[in-house]
Design a protein around this ligand. Sequence first.
Ligand code: PRP
Ligand code: ADE
Length: 175
Amino acid sequence: MKRSTDVKDYIRTIVDFPHEGILFRDVTTLFADPRGFRMAIDQMLHPFAGERIDKVVGLEARGFILGGAIAHQLSLGFVPIRKKGKLPGTTISEEYKLEYGEAIVEIHDDAIQPGEKVLVVDDLLATGGTAEAGIKLIERLGGEIVACSFIVDLPELGGRAKLEKMGMNVSLLCE
Ligand code: PRP
Ligand code: ADE
């Protein structure tokens, strides 16, 4: 078990996954460490102490692990944004581009009520395509996004700039 107070020290990089040339930031090592995982959740929550949040939305798949823990800590409900075809009820969808591919994400059309304050959670911000699609889904349902919170930023891929241009408050723990 590690002792570091820097979340970055718990994250490993896998070279050439899932494709050649990609440096994959693997947060499973952070999640598996009891101190690291608690620290990451605490640090993600810290900027929002005292803020009104009604729902936590997690982006598949690692955003579910973080978003579930954050929602539980705040005694709030959790809403998943999933890859196409996984949600059983009526959904709305958005298509987007990834660092390594394309995808479609969906949300249940009754998961957010108009005016609800939403915290969006995921593990990593790369191009910002996933988060942008998630933001569009939440806003189409009338949700108001308080912030988008991630652990890792890959600044060279421009995700932060993209989300800030959309008027988002972006919270990140490390690069
Ligand atoms: C990763 C990561 C983010 C997204 C970030 O998920 O967890 O959701 O990529 O990339 P972007 O900023 O360029 O959109 P991935 O698409 O690998 O899906 P998974 O978590 O379901 O494996
Ligand atoms: N999602 C997109 N790019 C990624 C990367 N480099 N590491 C982990 N997840 C990612």
